[in-house]
Design a binder for this molecule. Structure first.
Ligand SMILES: Cc1cc2nc3c(=O)[nH]c(=O)nc-3n(C[C@H](O)[C@H](O)[C@H](O)COP(=O)(O)O)c2cc1C
Length: 157
């Protein structure tokens, strides 16, 4: 069974999570695919697909939504798990639901918010100002939910 972990990441956390899922599934035969640099993905090569992104200003990257919509028919014939990275805990469930088309969300066997990171070294000036103002956090912070990642891995095994 071949698996692809297809993701978009702005500052590297969703990518880190994709690699963690890849390692958890055993590495061999598991591909990680960055949506920002791979526009044409041949889904016929995979039986299982994990799709992930990260939340900024309440929404997931547009390329994640577009990918899901464009490939909906193919995706609904595979084993699917979904994740988003996010840091605003009270909004987690809403942000997760809003990140994927409803049909795919309901179909997926596992969908998780896996926490995230504020990486101040990778943010631009405006992002730093926004994050400080909205969250009150002003230094690099890690809040990745490793048990949620483990649950995705277990579901896809
Ligand atoms: C400018 C900015 C805006 C963000 N907005 C939200 C938000 O609206 N809700 C939320 O839950 N997390 C928000 N986050 C937290 C990100 O989801 C978190 O940093 C995540 O780990 C980013 O993953 P990435 O590096 O893969 O893009 C924001 C982060 C930044 C830098």
């Amino acid at each position: 069974m071949k698996t692809a972990v297809i993701y978009a990441s702005s500052h590297g956390t969703a990518e880190k999570v994709a690699e963690k899922i890849q390692n958890g599934l055993g590495g061999e035969g598991i591909s990680t695919i960055n949506l920002k640099t791979n526009k044409n993905i041949d889904l016929s090569l995979y039986d299982n697909v994990v799709i992930g992104g990260s939340i900024h200003a309440g929404s997931v990257q547009g390329c994640v939504k577009e990918f899901c919509k464009k490939n909906m028919v193919d995706l609904l014939q595979k084993k699917i798990a979904l994740y988003v990275c996010a840091m605003n805990e009270p909004e987690y469930e809403q942000e997760l639901k809003g990140a994927f088309p409803e049909m795919l969300f309901n179909y997926a066997i596992c969908k998780k918010v896996v926490g995230g990171e504020f990486n101040f070294d990778k943010m631009n000036f405006l992002e730093r100002v926004i994050v400080k103002k909205v969250s009150g956090i002003s230094e690099t912070t890690e809040k990745i939910d490793h048990s949620a990642i483990d649950e995705i891995v277990a579901a896809m095994k």
